[in-house]
Design a protein around this ligand. Structure first.
Ligand code: AMP
Length: 287
């Protein structure tokens, strides 16, 4: 299936995608790829901008991947707004939208799972067992289909970025993985498709997530190098704002995500919290 409007092609099956990719390749174009789950916001569109800046043709995928959601998570209620997404992508200059259904990605008889361990069981993987297997598996399928020169991932999902970089290296996949800085709301909250779940009160409270991380980063800039102290600074600000369900706040190596007691090379402070019923993550680099 293929339809074309305003220059953006919408592809829903594997063969149509492969044919379009082959056509671009034979015309000598380089390809950039931005995988998403839709409900697009300025963070996603920034990835599209980066892809357009660094490659000739940009493919965006929208696929709410069932295998990365655990039982009781928000797969069923995850926001799906395809018309608005398509409009934003057209405006953003996307060349092709890959919009498969579940059976296209996981046809009957699909058996393979990609695990990146122990990275995938740490941090968010502790709270969401199997999540990163779902992510690694779907990203592997998508990267193999699109065969892009460069694929763009947000540093907002820092652990995901590190895992994908690792899997591409381990499996010798021929694609450059580019990390794109987090786009934030004016008050600092990292943009996320899940922010729309927040009540007004919880939305206000959620600003303490980035405020806490920023305070830790300020202390780091002023010379504090003890991970435990930086984590405590961020935690205090979140708790004072009424965020009590903190799943983790952790200072790690920015390259390996291994724990660091004292920051002696590039670090990152990462957190996952629940605000109301919404799980939010954020991180800031310490370098
Ligand atoms: P998602 O649709 O949430 O799976 O995200 C798709 C891609 O957009 C991932 O690479 C995310 O890391 C990235 N992304 C999500 N939110 C942001 C943001 N606020 N800034 C930059 N990239 C983001």
């Amino acid at each position: 299936m293929q339809s074309e409007e305003n220059d953006m092609v919408i592809l829903t099956d594997r063969n149509a995608l492969r044919a379009w990719v082959a056509q671009q390749r034979s015309s000598g174009h380089t390809l950039g790829f931005v995988p998403t789950m839709g409900a697009l916001h300025a963070g996603h569109l920034h990835l599209v901008d980066q892809s357009r800046a660094h490659t000739d043709r940009t493919v965006v995928s929208i696929f709410v991947n069932p295998t990365q959601f655990g039982p009781g998570e928000d797969f069923d209620r995850y926001p799906r707004i395809p018309d608005q997404d398509q409009r934003l992508l057209r405006q953003g200059g996307c060349h092709a939208l890959f919009y498969p259904d579940v059976a296209t990605i996981y046809p009957e008889g699909f058996q393979t799972t990609v695990r990146v361990e122990p990275l995938g069981s740490d941090l968010c993987g502790r709270e969401r067992p199997g999540h990163f297997q779902g992510v690694a598996t779907v990203v592997t399928v998508l990267l193999n289909l699109v065969k892009a020169d460069k694929a763009f991932f947000g540093l907002k999902d820092y652990q995901q970025f590190v895992i994908i970089r690792q899997l591409v290296r381990d499996l010798s996949m021929d694609v450059a993985i580019e990390g794109v800085p987090t786009v934030r709301e004016e008050d600092g909250l990292a943009m996320s498709s899940r922010n729309r779940y927040l009540s007004i009160e919880d939305r206000r409270r959620a600003t303490a997530i980035s405020a806490g991380l920023a305070a830790a980063r300020t202390a780091f800039m002023a010379g504090e190098r003890e991970a435990g102290r930086l984590e405590a600074i961020a935690r205090r600000i979140m708790v004072e704002a009424g965020i009590h369900r903190i799943q983790y706040i952790s200072v790690r190596s920015a390259s390996t995500l291994l724990p660091m007691k004292t920051i002696d090379s590039e670090g990152v402070i990462l957190t996952a919290v629940k605000v109301g019923s919404t799980r939010l993550i954020d991180n800031m680099l310490l370098m």
